[in-house]
Design a protein. Sequence first.
Length: 158
Amino acid sequence: MNVRALGGADLDALTDLARACDETYLEWTPKGWTVPIAPTGWANKYLQPTSWIEGAFDEDGRLVATVAFRPSDVAADVAHVGLVFTHPSRWREGLAGMLLSRAEAEMVIRGYISEILWTPDGAPAESFYQARGWERDGRTEWHPWVGLQMVGYARDLP
């Protein structure tokens, strides 16, 4: 497994990974929901100099997991986590947890004291975040191009 920072040259692989993950939503979303097509620039906020993004690549060089964070709009000491994707063929291998731990270590170095994120309401990912000490923080939002209700989670950093 090779872990490295991602950049603009990785956008196609990142988009493909996100699509593979989004396709699994068909297992739990309401009937009639369709897998979204990511709009141009969908990941731009996480490819800025103030952001951090890493990906894990398998032995064939395929991007199989990512985690990113950026400054939040809430406060200067709160990081906004996003792009937490693991290819479905690699679920339950600890890749997301490993990458999230790396991201959280970098957040502490950068002076963040807490982190927030959005995830679809009812998504299996909620269990992953809860097991890591995240709690729903009361925020909700309709995601216009994903077409799902999102819920906010927050966690204090160690």
